[in-house]
Design a protein around this ligand. Structure first.
Ligand code: CP3
Length: 360
């Protein structure tokens, strides 16, 4: 299967599978480390390429998406790559305009305001409008030549709903939260519509060559625990169950799944019962408490404060080493607790990766 592109050769064999072994709870040679947003604006070569190409043009052009995906791997001894894209390609495929404004972030000029607006969404054919992501994944698997695994990703339903209603990022998600109170049935309709597209999209990514998948519920931080359990958890559960079902029926091997629900450290036990292999933690969660909450059969990922990357190298080295010691070598993937920020010194990435690999 190759979503319309041509996968002429089988994929090269994987040389460093520490990420996948950590996700499955197997013994690792070294603690694997990668960084959310590892391809991004802190790299001058990314900034150079972005001067020439619009953000979504990079996403939509497999050669460019692969080039940007490769950039951090040329500099750092990372144990994973993550395909360059954005969570907002799904709202785009559903017919909404999404623009990336420098210094502002994503802007949706015609957001969903009332339940009436749901009629504007075009779930039919959405998957075919996302085929470029599959093409980039397949191309990237060949370009990686088995060096490290390739991670695919998606936004989770509540997080995507938030952007679609707010028309962009928001400090409060007040409009999206008002939907939950004012239009609970329409909110469920929208969340279920997104869940359906997400399952299709993740299935396509696995068939295209993604070796692991991360679901970003970045806006969980705006929900109370009770709200998280009602408006996020059931849809996260269905994504996992439906995806495993689909792949099993097609006799396609499943891949490890990571849930990263930022700000949902209040519900680690509930997250551990969703069938995901890996739980991503933000930096507010204590590693030892997280392990106690999820038990021994889940892999934890995280969770250095991205702001620690601005400390001096010896402090950063010590903080990273302490973090790895708290998590331990088994069932652990080192990462930041959220995306790396644009002003981060490149040297901090070297310190982080080196400290993780030397810690245990
Ligand atoms: O991790 C990687 O290297 C893969 C690429 C990736 C991007 N976005 C590229 C990007 C991934 C995994 C994402 C996910 C994403 N996108 C999330 C979930 C993760 C998180 O940070 O919580 C969210 C909420 C988005 C939506 C989004 N895209 C926002 C809010 C912004 C603006 C904020 C910012 O950091 O600028 C983007 C833009 C974006 N996505 C950039 C990159 C490299 C920078 C924009 C640019 O190049 O002009």
């Amino acid at each position: 299967y190759n979503n319309g592109s041509i996968q002429l050769q089988p994929f090269p064999p994987l040389k460093n599978d520490n990420l996948l072994r950590a996700a499955r709870g197997e013994v690792v040679d070294r603690v694997p480390v990668w960084v959310m947003r590892q391809a991004g604006r802190y790299l001058p070569e990314f900034q150079e390429l972005r001067k020439l190409h619009d953000f979504f043009t990079v996403c939509r052009t497999p050669e460019l998406a692969c080039e940007v995906t490769m950039q951090p791997l040329r500099r750092f001894d990372l144990d994973a790559s993550i395909i360059f894209s954005d969570i907002l390609v799904i709202p785009q495929a559903l017919g909404l305009t999404v623009e990336m404004h420098a210094g502002v972030g994503p802007v949706l000029p015609q957001p969903i305001r009332t339940p009436e607006d749901l009629k504007r969404l075009t779930p039919d054919g959405a998957l075919s409008r996302l085929s470029y992501v599959g093409d980039a994944i397949t191309m990237m698997r060949h370009k990686l030549d088995g060096r490290v695994p390739l991670i695919g990703f998606t936004g989770a339903p509540w997080t995507l709903m938030g952007y679609m209603i707010e028309g962009g990022g928001s400090k409060t998600m007040s409009k999206a939260k008002a939907w939950l109170y004012d239009y609970p049935e329409d909110s469920k309709l929208l969340l279920n519509l997104l869940t359906d597209v997400i399952v299709d999209y993740l299935e396509m990514q696995v068939e295209a060559g993604a070796q692991m998948l991360q679901i970003f519920e970045s806006s969980a931080e705006h929900l109370t625990k009770d709200e998280f359990l009602v408006w996020s958890v059931p849809f996260l559960r269905r994504i996992r169950d439906d995806l495993v079902d689909r792949l099993t029926k097609k006799a396609v091997s499943t891949v490890p799944l990571t849930i990263f629900a930022k700000g949902a450290g209040h519900s680690l036990k509930e997250q551990s019962e969703l069938g995901y292999d890996v739980i991503g933690l933000d930096w507010t969660v204590d590693p030892v408490e997280a392990r106690a909450a999820v038990g021994p059969n889940i892999t934890l990922q995280g969770n250095l404060d991205p702001q620690d990357m601005y400390r001096d190298p010896s402090e950063l080295h010590t903080l990273t080493t302490d973090m790895v010691h708290k998590f331990g070598k088994s069932r652990y993937i080192a990462n930041l607790g959220h995306g790396i920020t644009p002003q981060t010194p490149i040297a901090s990435m070297e310190v982080l990766v080196d400290a993780v690999h030397k810690a245990l």
